[in-house]
Write a protein that binds this ligand. Sequence first.
Ligand SMILES: [Zn+2]
Ligand SMILES: [Zn+2]
Length: 100
Amino acid sequence: MLNKISRTEKAYLALVKSLPCSVCDAPGPSSAHHINQHQQYTCVALCYDCHQGPMLGWHGQKRAWLTRKMDELDALNITIKRLVELHLSSLPKSRDVNSF
Ligand SMILES: [Zn+2]
Ligand SMILES: [Zn+2]
């Protein structure tokens, strides 16, 4: 059951993968790094190097992360920020989010 991904989760993952890398800003498409296995909404958008790279990557020696003093939550913060920006830029201009 845990491995079953819902349509909403699939859509979310596709959005995350369209983002630039949350660590080094390399343009997308990125891969989605799961902070917790089976939890789709805490995925981080990462380029290959920052994700799987044997030297730079999270699953390697983490050098890209260490030089920037970043951990998974720092990267998740950036992923979510970019998703919200994406969402805001898709809203009609008349809906000013600053005036609610
Ligand atoms: Zn990167
Ligand atoms: Zn990963």
